[in-house]
Each structure stands twice: as structure tokens, then as C-alpha cells.
Design a binder for this molecule. Structure first.
Ligand SMILES: O=C(O)c1ccccc1N[C@@H]1O[C@H](COP(=O)(O)O)[C@@H](O)[C@H]1O
Length: 231
């Protein structure tokens, strides 16, 4: 059985990265190309933070981006050594096809599928995304007023279970994940394509800073890959 991965999103400093590693995360999201994103970092910072993540021996860095510029992404991959890219905007299948051809084969391309009130906005494109070379889908909320990313809002488990048969790739679940809601997603987590969870809001304290005890509680609540290490 594959172990459930925990990704935590939006590290900005080396200290953040080390805290996430110590708290049981498996992947760390580094934002670049997220206009007005509160955790936006420069490409140089992505490089430094990606290196710091790898140096922990526990964490894999993932670029989280709204960018669609394939040449720019290729350059970022080459400069930072990043091997996971999360396309969190409404990038199209053609863009993914071009990206797939451009970046090394061992780069994992993650496409976010946005669900608004239980309906996946990209559903008609899912087959095209797969054909274009998407390796993994990430299911997240888009709010009624169009906010994407870090909504703190949850997906309905039934909507997730109904969407998964539309694709063959593995998926990560996002949207309001906390230490206390794994039981609600038992059917989702039992699905053979389920790979793990992606958290932003639930990993932070009331000031928006990462809180180690929230993150380690999530590892236990969801029994993620490293939950026994941080118990
Ligand atoms: O966190 C953001 O603001 C953000 C901005 C741009 C792209 C992605 C972003 N975060 C993603 O939000 C979900 C988790 O959110 P939450 O736990 O519901 O707050 C996750 O996919 C992050 O990668």
C-alpha cells in the first residue's frame, strides 16, 4: 500500500523549511509566479529553499505557480533543480504538452482541478490533460467568488469520489484539510489513486505562521508517511 504524502504549502524561509521537515511533511510548496501571493518568493529564493528542503533528507520541494510560460518554467527547473511543478491556475492542456516536452522526464507535472460547489470546472479537459502529460492531479476548491488557493474551504467527499473515475492518474486532496477531518474522507483516502494531502491554512497559527504542532497533528490524523516519527 502506498504511503499517504503530506504536502505543506507556502514556505518562505529556511526556518519554515526546517520546521516542516521536523513536523513530518514530505513535500514543501514554494510559490513563484503567484501574483500578490502572500508567500511569493523569487527564483533565487526558490533555489535556496529547494536546496534547504533537499538537505533535510525528508522534504521534496514543489514549485507552485500560476505561470504558463513554458520557456520560463524550463529555465526555473534548470536553475533550481525542482522536480515537481504544481500548476495551480487555469493552464491549458496545450501548455502542459509543451511543458512535458521541455522539462526532463523525471519532472512530475501536477495539474490542479478546481471544484466550485462540487462541480469540477476543468472536467471537459481532464482527458486532454492526461494525454498532454499530466502525472498527477490535485483537487482543490474554488470559492463562489472565484478565489483559488488557500481557501480553507473543504471539498465534499462525495464530489471527490464522483470525480476520480474521470481520470487514471493519482491525485492529492486539498481544501481545508486539518488534523480532525480525515474520518470524513475515509472513502477518498481508501481510493487506490489517492496519493496524499496538501495543506496551507490548517498548517498555520492565527497569525499565518507555520505551527509545528498543527502539522504533526495532521500527520497523525491522516496517518501520513512520517506520522510515527513525529508522534
Ligand atoms: O495558498 C495560497 O494562497 C495559494 C496561492 C496560489 C496557489 C496555491 C495556493 N495554495 C494552495 O491552496 C491549497 C490548500 O489550501 P487550504 O489548506 O484550503 O488553505 C493547496 O493546494 C495549496 O497548494
Amino acid at each position: 500500500m502506498t504511503k499517504t504524502l503530506l504536502k505543506v504549502c507556502g514556505a518562505k524561509t529556511r526556518r519554515d523549511v526546517e520546521l516542516l521537515a521536523d513536523s513530518g511533511a514530505d513535500l514543501v510548496g514554494l510559490w513563484h509566479g503567484v501574483p500578490n501571493g502572500p508567500s511569493e518568493v523569487s527564483v533565487d529564493q526558490v533555489s535556496l529553499l529547494a536546496e534547504a528542503a533537499r538537505a533535510t533528507g525528508q522534504l521534496e520541494p514543489m514549485l507552485v505557480t500560476f505561470l504558463s510560460d513554458v520557456d520560463l518554467l524550463r529555465e526555473i527547473v534548470a536553475r533550481t533543480g525542482i522536480r515537481w511543478i504544481q500548476l495551480h491556475a487555469y493552464q491549458m492542456p496545450q501548455m502542459i504538452k509543451a511543458l512535458r516536452r521541455t522539462v526532463p522526464d523525471d519532472v512530475t507535472i501536477v495539474k490542479v482541478l478546481h471544484l466550485r460547489a462540487g462541480t469540477c470546472l476543468e472536467k471537459p479537459l481532464i482527458k486532454a490533460y492526461e494525454k498532454a502529460g499530466t502525472d498527477l492531479f490535485l483537487l482543490d476548491v474554488v470559492t463562489e467568488d472565484g478565489q483559488i488557493g488557500s481557501t480553507g474551504q473543504r471539498l465534499h467527499p462525495k464530489a471527490v469520489v464522483e470525480l476520480v473515475p474521470s481520470f487514471t492518474k493519482p491525485f492529492l486532496l486539498a481544501g481545508g484539510i486539518s488534523a480532525h477531518n480525515s474520518a470524513d474522507y475515509a472513502t477518498v483516502a481508501a481510493h487506490p489513486q489517492f496519493l496524499g494531502i496538501d495543506v496551507d491554512t490548517g498548517a498555520r497559527d492565527h497569525r499565518g505562521h507555520f505551527e509545528g504542532k498543527n502539522i504533526s497533528a495532521i500527520t497523525r490524523g491522516w496517518r501520513t508517511a512520517r506520522h510515527e516519527e513525529v508522534a
